[in-house]
Each structure stands twice: as C-alpha cells, then as structure tokens.
Design a protein around this ligand. Structure first.
Ligand SMILES: O=C(O)CCC(=O)Nc1cc2ccccc2cn1
Ligand SMILES: [Mn+2]
Length: 256
C-alpha cells in the first residue's frame, strides 16, 4: 500500500533546522506532533497492535540482567526488537526511514552537544533496531533511569508514540523527564503520531508513570560513532580480560 508522503523532504529539512536542532541544543529534548499523519500513523498503530495480538511482544528486562531474570517492578513493558524488514512491519519501516532522514538532517548541526565534553562534533551514522513497546495498562511503568548512563555510545533517544485519545488524568503513562541541573520536570503525554527526541545521556533522566490503558511506543537510539566504537573496544577488552582470569589459577591473597 503506497503511503501518503505526508512529510516532504523540505518539510523535514525545515523541521530539523527550525525546530529539532534549536530545541535539542537549548533544552535537550524536542517533540513533534502529526509526524506521519492519520493514515500512515494509523498503519503503524495497526501493525503494532497486530504484533501485540500475535504475542510477539515479550516481557521487557533490564539490558544488564541475564535472560529470564528481571525485576518486574522496574519496568512493566512488553517489547519486540524489529529491523523493519519483517513481514507486517512495512509501515514501521516507513516510520524508521523518515526518522533516519530527520536525524541525519540534524546530525551535522548538533555540534559538540554531546554533554560528555568530547571535543569532536557529534557524528551520528548508525542506530539501534527499533524497540516496539507496550505497557499493558496494569498500572506498571518504568522507574526513573538514564538510557546511556555509562558512555555506551547512544546519543539521541527517539520515541514515536501511538496512543489515540490518551488522557493522562485517566490513563497516566506520562513520560516525565528530569532535565539535569534544572528545578523543573517535563511531562510528555504519549500521544498518537508524536515523535519525541532527547539526549540519551545523563542530561535526561526519565520515568514512565504507571499506565492504566494499553500504551504503545516505538523507540530507536542513534549512536555517536566515536563513543560507540570506544564502548565496543572497552567491552571486548573486558570480555578478553574476564576470559583470561578464568584460565589463570586464582592468585592467593598474599601475592604482590
Ligand atoms: O515509553 C517511554 O516513554 C520511555 C520508556 C523508556 O524509557 N524505555 C526504555 C527502555 C529501555 C530498554 C532497554 C535498555 C534501556 C532502556 C531505556 N528506556
Ligand atoms: Mn529510557
């Protein structure tokens, strides 16, 4: 089904330069409403609903915990990781391509706004797969956390929300951002066809407040190439040193 091209390239360019870049640099986050429009946005929602109905969404667990071990009270979402190439994800793929275009139009203009003090500019050339998430509406949410707490390479978090007729007073499910060093919080409602972008690092701790209706979202993380490469090196070194220790006999405590 040919999707109506609701957003032209020049629309995206304008959105990137006049809205997204200034907001990311000044406030550290930005949201855009009406990104895809009713038809394409509705097609994405239908495909996510189908994934939920077919049981493709499984309990979310902390990235650091072993498979099957997850502390339920930390996060209540059910997730699936998709590339967009899967059958039944054509509309999701259309969304991902559009977000890729938008972020690539921003990337060269985000300067050294990395927050980690890295000298070089932000070079964003790759991203994660898309995480399709559903909070089932049983009062669970996601406790306050930082996405990229320890230089894992993630620079921008992009979340596309899919919830029609969402009313936070009744349904909860607000994403609350606690901008680092600020005395205020930012409450974002997970509204249909809304795209939210924010720096993934310690500048934006955030939580999902308890949700009392089914709450769908699709998240992708864009990597800073240098930080990502460095994180992979650190991870390889850690893995290598861990396996070496396992091969060597444990040193007695008195060894110098
Ligand atoms: O749905 C929202 O409004 C945001 C939810 C959210 O923060 N999700 C999330 C999900 C994550 C999954 C794996 C690793 C890190 C993660 C960090 N954040
Ligand atoms: Mn998060």
């Amino acid at each position: 089904m040919p999707f109506i091209d609701h957003v032209s390239d020049s629309d995206l360019q304008r959105l990137a330069l006049q809205r997204v870049v200034p907001a990311l640099l000044s406030r550290g986050f930005c949201y855009v409403d009406g990104l895809l429009g009713e038809v394409a946005g509705g097609a994405v929602l239908e495909q996510v609903r189908d994934m939920h109905r077919s049981g493709a969404l499984q309990d979310g667990r902390l990235a650091s915990s072993a498979p099957g071990v997850h502390r339920r009270n930390v996060r209540g979402d059910k997730i699936a990781w998709v590339s967009g190439a899967e059958r039944g994800c054509e509309a999701v793929n259309f969304l991902l391509n559009l977000i890729d275009k938008l972020v690539s139009m921003c990337a060269g203009r985000l300067g050294t706004g990395t927050g980690t003090g890295a000298g070089a500019g932000t070079s964003i050339r790759e991203r994660s797969k898309a995480m399709v998430a559903c909070y089932p509406g049983n009062g669970t949410g996601y406790v306050k956390h930082v996405d990229n707490h320890n230089y894992d390479g993630r620079r921008i978090t992009c979340i596309y929300y899919l919830n029609k007729d969402w009313n936070a007073k009744e349904h909860g499910g607000v994403l609350r951002i606690f901008p680092e060093g600020k005395s205020y919080v930012v409450d974002i409602q997970p509204l249909f066809d809304r795209l939210l972008l924010f720096w993934s690092d310690r500048r934006n701790p955030h939580e999902v407040q308890p949700s009392y209706a089914t709450r769908y979202a699709i998240t992708v993380w864009y990597f800073d190439s240098e930080e990502r490469a460095e994180a992979k090196r650190r991870f390889r070194d850690l893995a290598a040193s861990t396996s070496q220790q396992q091969q060597q006999p444990p040193q007695d405590s008195g060894s110098s």
